[in-house]
Design a protein around this ligand. Structure first.
Ligand SMILES: [Zn+2]
Length: 125
């Protein structure tokens, strides 16, 4: 018996529990993203919410922000972290020291949300 990895069934059960409480609708997430963008003064060309396979979001060089629809089931602070993360990429593309300090300016406790995704992300992905 391998105790290191919880079984798939374990995650399926957790997933069912979590999906009962959607934090936001896709439309709400889109509106929220535009609001956060104007708050931090960046202008995405487009905001797309869709099922993504292996990432929470992305920011293209053309300013398109893609957000994983699975995020809709995450806590609001975690959602905001991913949104702010991708929006900051419009200004700074790489994960440099400058990038993380910019993000910290808008969300001083961003590391807590990052940790949440590492610990619980699998349950909603
Ligand atoms: Zn990134």
């Amino acid at each position: 018996m391998n105790y290191a990895q919880p079984s798939d069934t374990y995650f399926d059960q957790r997933r069912k529990k979590i999906t009962k409480t959607k934090t936001l609708s896709a439309k709400d997430l889109e509106t929220r993203t535009w609001k956060l963008a104007s708050k931090i003064n960046v202008k995405p060309s487009k905001v797309v919410i869709k099922k993504l396979k292996d990432r929470w979001g992305s920011s293209t060089k053309h300013g398109v922000i893609n957000l994983n629809s699975a995020l809709l089931e995450a806590p609001l602070k975690v959602i905001d972290y991913v949104v702010l993360h991708e929006l900051c990429h419009i200004k700074i593309r790489e994960h440099s020291y400058r990038f993380w300090s910019l993000l910290r300016k808008f969300m001083p406790d961003y590391q807590r949300q990052k940790k949440w995704l590492e610990l619980h992300g699998k349950m909603i992905l």
